[in-house]
Design a protein around this ligand. Structure first.
Ligand code: S3P
Length: 443
């Protein structure tokens, strides 16, 4: 394990681009593999999670070649054309990759074996195996629906209508991807809006998706099965969930002034920026535009004082990955920040409610943790710091606490920096380039 130490910095300054969006990168590869002809992806995230999807589609018979940094050419096999992989597919740390791929596999009459690292093998897969079984796919899993698992996809997939019991874009996407090879309509009923990259990209590749409001206020997302998907050009915006780390670091370091270029501004991803604005942060959206169907903007963030807020629970799906770094902003804010309705955080790469609460306590910040809430009592200034935080195989826990170190009296150590490469290769150099002070620990 490589530890990292983050020490107090002065103001952060500079302009930088961010790695590509992880959610969109996974989807571009999977749809590229299911399309006929060539898909060219620009700005693909070359983090470990997405590279595992590259390996997966290769094992399933698609071609994926790297041209230059971030530019990939995919040659797809067409819906129904995937071949049985002769090796186990190892998804490493990536829950999104594994769950989306299970959706794809459920509609192909082949058997595949999927595994992952200790974190992924502890995460619930029944949330996708359940609805995917309704298409006719069969699963053999470890106890509790955990990986490693074997899946045999349906020979004649039956379209389904499925109401999401949890607000999860992964589950929604897995069902829609399985529906691609089923005749007729597959419908997902979504009571709370979650990220819609799958719907946007399916349309971009030529599928018919119809979205209407049901009488119950839920969205009814209807896919027409067995479309012909054709290869496309995909431009991946910078990942707002990665931008969150330098953005919060700048917002909590007095005198900072940074600009983050080409960040995805899909409204279903921007909950953190809305919350930071409510806390009094100085964030401007510049050059708002649409690139390949996704809204993007340059974000200018200046440092200042923040106040605690109550985050509306219904905002959770639009910022689900950003609560850990929001908790860092909350630590230096004046007053309490209350985050409720966040029990999904317990089944992410780590139990993020527990990891954040333990890490903050180790850094002298007062925090209350409940089954589905977190309350951070802000310090109205730098956090005491001085703690060593357990990363728990969770990239966002590692990066969040390195951000806290930039605004703490004593430096903050994270015990394992390795997982950062799953989503944000180059994180340390990018942060230090803006003026942060993150270096090797002494293990
Ligand atoms: C993702 C959906 C979210 C999110 C994850 C990426 C996606 O997970 O936490 O990082 O790309 O669909 P859930 O669907 O479990 O909420």
């Amino acid at each position: 394990m490589t530890s990292l130490v983050s020490s107090t910095t002065g103001a952060l300054a500079g302009t930088t681009a961010l790695p590509g969006d992880k959610s969109i990168s996974h989807r571009s590869l999977l749809l590229g593999a299911l399309a006929v002809g060539e898909t060219v992806v620009h700005g693909l995230l070359e983090g470990e999670d997405v590279l595992n999807t590259v390996e997966a589609i290769r094992k399933l018979g698609a071609q994926a070649e790297r041209d230059e940094a971030g530019v990939w050419h995919i040659h797809g096999v067409g819906i129904g054309g995937l071949r049985e992989p002769d090796q186990v597919i190892d998804y490493g740390n990536s829950g999104t990759g594994a769950r989306l791929l299970l959706g794809v596999l459920a509609g192909h009459p082949i058997t595949a074996f999927i595994t992952g690292d200790a974190s992924l093998c502890s995460r619930p897969m029944n949330r996708v195996a359940g609805p995917l079984s309704d298409f006719g796919a069969r699963f053999v899993t470890r106890e509790g629906g955990r990986l490693p698992l074997a899946v045999t996809g349906a020979t004649d997939p039956m379209p389904i209508t499925y109401r999401l019991p949890v607000a999860s874009a992964q589950v929604k996407s897995a069902v829609l991807l399985a529906g691609l090879n089923a005749p007729g309509f597959t419908t997902v009923i979504e009571p709370e809006p979650t990220r819609d990259h799958t719907e946007l990209m399916l349309r971009h590749f030529g599928a018919e998706i119809d979205i209407s409001d049901g009488d119950d206020g839920a969205a009814h997302i209807r896919l027409t099965g067995q479309p012909e998907l054709s290869g496309q050009r995909v431009v991946v915006p910078g990942d707002p969930s990665s931008a969150a780390f330098p953005a919060v670091a700048a917002a909590i370091s007095a005198g900072s002034d940074i600009t983050l270029m080409r960040i995805g501004m899909n409204p279903r991803r921007t909950g953190l920026f809305e919350t930071l604005l409510e806390m009094g942060a100085n964030i401007e959206r510049l050059n708002e535009r649409t690139e390949a169907g996704e809204p993007v903007a340059d974000l200018r963030i200046r440092g200042g004082r923040l106040n605690g807020v109550e985050v509306p629970p219904e905002r959770a799906p639009r910022m689900i990955d950003e609560y850990p770094v929001l908790a860092m902003a909350a630590s230096v804010a004046a007053g309490d920040t209350v985050m409720r309705g966040v029990k999904e955080l317990r089944v992410k790469e780590s139990d993020r409610l527990a990891a954040v609460a333990q890490g903050l306590s180790a850094c002298g910040v007062s925090v209350e943790e409940g089954e589905d809430y977190l309350i951070v009592h802000g310090n109205a200034g730098p956090a005491p710091g001085g703690g060593t935080v357990a990363t728990d195989l969770d990239h966002r826990i590692a990066m969040s606490f390195l951000v806290l170190g930039a605004a703490s009296e004593k430096s903050v150590t994270v015990d394992d920096a390795g997982p950062i490469d799953t989503s944000f290769p180059g994180f340390v150099d990018l942060m230090n380039g803006l003026g942060a002070s993150i270096g090797a620990g002494n293990r």
